[in-house]
Ligand binder design. Structure first.
Ligand code: BF8
Length: 644
């Protein structure tokens, strides 16, 4: 019998000192983490990795033999092209549904606030509400904020399901792109409709043309990017305030040994915002002191953390792969979860410590957690109850088991489109001038998750670093923002890391070369900025020197994001192989032919150094097509065949 090889060194799993320390602790204490579970699954199923297994009906499960020797069709007759396309289509619909249902939840709280039926919520950005009302055709003159909000809510509700030709915020899209979507038949009509239609099409015996399925995939994803996610972003700004830049902190060092620590994890800011209010309550602060703590320290995780950091400067404990490790510090009293990206394993890890996991969404229950059902009518009272539970858990903390070894890092967050345009003097023209002059070669959204198949944060940090060194402005969201924050790349002083042109622009504006635009639904901020730039220049988005990248993606939501970014005209590089390689027709469609259809395509490149070369070349080609200056040598040698 061969002996099981020892697990890899923690330094092979993550670049973060805070994460390494906690992975080692987990091993010492025999607590299982995501990396152990990945190892236990290896080798993972080859059919599933290639996307050629199908469980859509009970004549199956079926799989196609990628070597051409075994079955080439499922029981129903579907070949590899159909199966891969159906699987990908369903993944897009799942991701788009997750974002859009999050948007609907915020919309419902917004609508209830307009009716005066919530506690702890108000319209914080009236200017943005008025702008949205005008965009959606809601009269604002001589009307109360509540009346306007009620009508805006009604119009947005209709975007989800009512029979329409197009969802409501597409006027932001450049005319050329709108016309292209019409011509291709992929203008998103209703948010729920496109996702339901995808589930219908991918039922056995409906859509059996892989191209047709994937075109609808683009339509479903557009209902996310220009629909559900955009509603989530815009209404979160209206309810909780439009972000403005500010300094915050990041990594596990934001936990404070002297205080009650409560982590807010998930994606939806509606509950976490009232928890922030509750944590400032004098009675609760006094209760924490009575229990021996110096105060109440809220920290964020994943995108709920991004929402709070962007608007309220709440420190960020970590990104996706840190959620088990934050409990391993022994200093966390409560982990409050809403939904999305929350590993079911957190309750198992919490059992080894005094941490109470508190679930709050009725649609996201976690066995082993305390469930406190969120109700916006009692928002403040629920927020107080949750904070009180965290304080009570502090009594059970074992000080001998606290292990906090890393100092936090400062980062800047809060770059809404409004804040960016504000910094530029209210118009994109200075950005355009810098691009035309070649000081900034282009801009790239580096976004998405951590995935234990990639050394944590290595993909995000390396790719971003190479891009800024080459005078490419980087916009980050989601877990990529956290990774770059931990690496110190998101402070104005990080301009020193950038090429001379980008450095000069950042230093003159006092901004970092890597801008934090928010959570994953806030990828819409990147779309809106790209569209504003294209409209300003009178060109299509696909003509601009832009690109997208998701170096460590894992989620179905990331698939939807990638699809709507490409369908909006921005080519995108994925660092983790999607399950499509069982159909070379699908691969060719996505990585090649799509460029002729929507003016953008996908690439897959696991090595961030090579991904940087791909992006740099792409940006220089776009610049050339626009008649802008030929590429400057930069630090990446584009002619070097080693980088091809
Ligand atoms: O929505 S980046 S791991 S936390 S899915 Fe999740 Fe991915 Fe992080 Fe935010 Ni986005």
């Amino acid at each position: 019998m061969s002996a099981t090889p020892p697990p890899p060194e923690s330094s092979a799993l993550t670049i973060g000192a805070d994460a390494r320390d906690m992975i080692e602790r987990a091993r010492e204490e025999r607590v299982t983490t995501v990396w152990d579970r990945l190892r236990a699954q290896e080798p993972q199923c080859g059919y599933c990795s290639l996307g050629v297994s199908c469980t859509n009906c009970s004549m199956g499960p079926c799989r196609i033999d990628p070597f051409g020797e075994g079955p080439q069709r499922g029981v129903c007759g579907a070949d590899a092209d159909i199966i891969v396309a159906r699987n990908l289509g369903r993944a897009i619909a799942a991701g788009a549904s997750a974002h859009s249902d999050h948007g609907r939840d915020i919309l419902e709280v917004f609508a209830a606030t307009a009716e005066g039926k919530t506690a702890g919520y108000e319209i914080r950005d009236e200017t943005k509400l008025h702008a949205l009302a005008e965009e959606l055709g809601v009269t604002t003159e001589a009307r109360s904020t509540q009346d306007i909000a009620r009508d805006v809510a009604d119009v947005m509700m209709e975007d989800y399901g009512t029979r329409k030709k197009a969802i409501g915020m597409l006027d932001r899209v450049p005319d050329a792109r709108r016309a292209l979507w019409e011509q291709l038949g992929i203008t998103p009509r209703g948010i729920d409709r496109e996702n339901v239609e995808m589930l219908h099409r991918t039922h056995m015996g409906v859509d059996n043309d892989y191209t047709n399925i994937l075109l609808h995939g683009l339509r479903a994803s557009l209902s996310d990017g220009w629909g559900g996610s955009l509603i989530a972003t815009e209404l979160s700004d209206v309810l909780f305030g439009t972000p403005q830049p500010g300094i915050s902190k990041v990594n596990l060092g934001v936990l404070d040994e002297a205080q009650v620590n409560i982590a807010l994890h998930g994606h939806n800011p509606v509950l976490s915002d009232v928890i922030v209010q509750a944590a400032q309550d004098e009675e609760l602060v006094a209760l924490a002191r009575e229990k021996g703590a110096a105060g109440i320290n809220l920290v964020g995780l994943c995108c709920t953390g991004n929402e709070l950091q962007m608007r309220r400067g709440i420190p960020m404990a970590g990104n996706h792969l840190m959620q088990e490790l934050v409990i391993m510090t022994g200093a966390l009293e409560a982990m409050v979860v809403d939904y999305q990206c929350i590993m079911p394993s957190v309750t198992d890890v919490a059992k080894c410590f005094h941490t109470e996991v508190i679930s709050t969404a009725d649609k996201a229950r976690f066995p082993g957690a305390t469930h406190i059902s969120f109700d916006p009518e009692r928002g403040v009272a629920i927020g107080r109850e949750i904070v009180r539970r965290g304080i009570m858990a502090y009594e059970h903390r074992n000080p001998d088991r606290v292990r906090l070894s890393t100092a936090p890092v400062e980062m800047m967050a809060g770059f809404s489109v409004e804040a960016i345009l504000g910094a530029l003097g209210g118009t994109p023209q200075p950005l355009v001038d810098a691009i035309v002059a070649g000081k900034i070669r282009g801009a790239v959204g580096v976004v998405g998750c951590n995935n234990p198949k990639v050394k944590q944060d290595y993909g995000h940090v390396t790719l971003t670093r190479r891009l800024i060194e080459n005078d490419i402005l980087v916009l980050v969201t989601g877990c990529s923002a956290v990774a770059n924050g931990k690496a110190g790349q998101m402070l104005p002083a990080a301009a020193e890391m950038a090429g001379s042109g980008l450095r000069e622009v950042c230093q003159s504006l006092g901004i970092p070369p890597v801008l934090h635009l928010g959570s994953c639904v806030d990828n819409t901020r990147i779309l809106v900025l790209a569209a504003a730039l294209a409209n300003h220049l009178g060109v299509d988005v696909s003509q601009l020197p832009l690109a997208g990248a998701a170096p460590e993606w894992y989620s179905e939501k990331a698939i939807s994001i990638g699809a709507y970014v490409v369908a909006s005209g921005v080519s995108t590089v994925l660092g983790v192989q999607p399950p499509i390689f069982g159909s070379m027709n699908v691969v060719k469609l996505l990585a090649d032919d799509l460029d002729d259809v929507v003016g953008a395509k996908f690439a897959v490149e696991p090595d961030p150094e090579r991904a940087a070369v791909w992006i740099r070349r792409h940006i220089e080609a776009k610049r050339q097509e626009l008649g802008l200056t030929a590429h400057d040598p930069g630090t990446i040698k584009l002619e070097d065949p080693a980088h091809v």
